[in-house]
Design a protein around this ligand. Structure first.
Ligand code: SAH
Length: 354
């Protein structure tokens, strides 16, 4: 059963949406006195976000037991914004205990991607990020991360082809629920989203990167690098004081060697902090020296947060930076900014709502 390590979430019921099909089969027979296949039927329904009434092939007696003994409620959509520019949809979703997180549906030519949050708030303290301003309230359960996608699929009636864990929170600081979520969301009898279409983004918790490499789940690792020099990186990302760039890149190389998956690096351009051409040269140098293989740099335009002092570098500088990296043999692209009119980057909506 799911453990809620750090939880303001009070509920006596079993968290059935956090269970795999096997776990539900077991739960149905051991806890509810039903045949295991009933648990598997239930699993299929839960993954679609069906209500108990909609579960037409389950006997009423079974559903009554579920109502008594289980906790099953999807997060509630409390706000929704649709971008007029590109159709991006941003949601504010509320958990059972009132905590809110943000999730985003992004439409690309190659398919739809959902960005999910994994914690209510964040305790990583990255200086330019809105999600961390008030610290972390609690971890989300696997069911609460999954519930964001189920909600979006139901609300938008769109197919979800890919997932990025780039919303509020640090996935590797909520490791067990993240891994459980990855298992559920990729399960062929559930949403069936291929692990290769899922990205897990981290500020660089080195031992957890190594642990993730051993899970046998070939997700794309996205590492928030944002600097090529330890003093700059430490001034932006406190986690760098614990695990420096050298150790982080060693862990990335290890991830690549074990999983065969190309690691991608996120680099948010911040005016006067990390955006000089010397920074680009140093970045190319350290990546080539350490990674010695395929990797990719995603350049991100800073989304200015008024509580912080940081300013965006501007498009022109970003293009120069990108060209410089490419000329030094590192593949790089500037990330397209979706939903610019609805402030689709995460963290600010939750802050406002709080
Ligand atoms: N905790 C994870 C996920 C964070 S959000 C991580 O650190 O990777 C996903 C990306 O957005 C990260 O690279 C993060 O550093 C970046 N980010 C956070 N705030 C930003 C902002 N204001 N502008 C641009 N990028 C930002």
């Amino acid at each position: 059963m799911t453990d809620i390590k750090n939880s303001a979430f009070q509920s006596d019921g079993a968290d059935i949406l956090s269970m795999t099909a096997d776990e539900l089969a077991d739960f149905a027979s051991k806890e509810l006195g039903e045949k295991p296949y009933r648990g598997r039927q239930l699993y299929g329904w839960l993954q679609k976000g069906a209500s108990y009434e909609e579960m037409t092939n389950l006997p009423t007696s079974f559903k009554e037991k579920l109502l008594q003994k289980c906790e099953y409620r999807l997060p509630k959509i409390v706000e929704k914004y649709v971008s007029r520019l590109d159709g991006t949809v941003k949601y504010l979703m509320q958990m059972l205990d009132g905590e809110c997180v943000e999730s985003v549906l992004m439409k690309y030519e190659h398919g739809n991607t959902v960005c999910v949050s994994c914690q209510a708030g964040c305790r990583m303290g990255c200086r330019f990020c809105a999600s961390t301003l008030n610290g972390k309230s609690r971890d989300l359960r696997a069911s609460e991360i999954l519930g964001q996608i189920i909600n979006i699929a139901r609300d938008s009636k769109e197919r979800v082809d890919g997932v990025v864990m780039m919303g509020i929170g640090e996935p590797l600081d909520n490791y067990e629920n993240t891994v459980k979520f990855l298992k559920l969301v990729s399960s062929p009898d559930g949403l069936g989203i291929g692990l290769r279409h899922i990205s897990v983004s981290t500020c660089g918790i080195v031992p957890k990167i190594k642990q993730l490499a051993g899970e046998g789940m070939p997700v794309t690792l996205s590492v928030s690098l944002h600097a090529s020099d330890d003093s700059v990186r430490s001034s932006l990302i406190p986690m760098n004081r614990k695990y420096n760039i050298d150790e982080l890149l060693d862990a990335c190389k290890y991830y690549f060697d074990v999983t065969g998956r190309r690691v991608s690096f996120e680099y948010t351009l911040i005016s006067g902090e990390n955006d000089s051409l010397d920074d680009a040269d140093r970045l190319a140098f350290v990546l080539k020296r350490k990674m010695d293989g395929p990797c990719h740099v995603n350049l991100i335009m800073l989304n200015e947060v008024k509580e912080t002092k940081y300013q965006s570098s501007g498009r022109e500088r970003a293009e120069l930076f990108c060209k410089r990296l490419t000329s030094r043999g590192v593949t790089a692209t500037i990330r397209r900014r979706l939903g610019a009119d609805i402030s689709a980057s995460c963290g600010q909506l939750r802050l406002r709502y709080q």
